[in-house]
Design a protein around this ligand. Sequence first.
Ligand code: FAD
Length: 110
Amino acid sequence: PPDVEELGRSTWTFLHSLTAAYPTQASTEQQTEMRSFLKLFSRLYPCWVCADDFRTWMAEPSGRNEPRLASRADFGTWMCEAHNEVNRKLGKKEFDCRFWEERWRTGWKD
Ligand code: FAD
């Protein structure tokens, strides 16, 4: 199987791309569908410690890390925060979530 780092890079590309393609305003059905995907993803991701920690983070008792799915802006920011949680755990630099869309949807303007 691919190693945890290679799998992680590819999977983050997929997950952030999913947020980039999400509707600007999501219907109830679209939100329900994505909530189901995230729940299953967090059980099936084939790095088990990664999956366990991700699931625990999402289910944090205060509810503060629950997926925010009302809009692309909400979901994109939420995914960026989820990624930052892993970055912190691994001692990597955090990403400034104001720029998630430049990185993953529109491209940097420079
Ligand atoms: P990655 O973290 O893979 O990031 C890829 C690119 O995304 C970066 O180059 C940057 O351009 C961009 N980016 C970085 N941060 C953000 C952000 N916050 N928002 C938007 N874009 C960003 N590895 C472990 O060793 N232990 C774990 O427990 C673990 N858990 C994981 C859980 C999940 C759900 C996933 C998808 C991966 C997990 N990984 C884990 C893998 C880890 O997150 C990295 O993917 C891997 O270490 C490779 O890191 P990287 O430095 O190449 O960049």
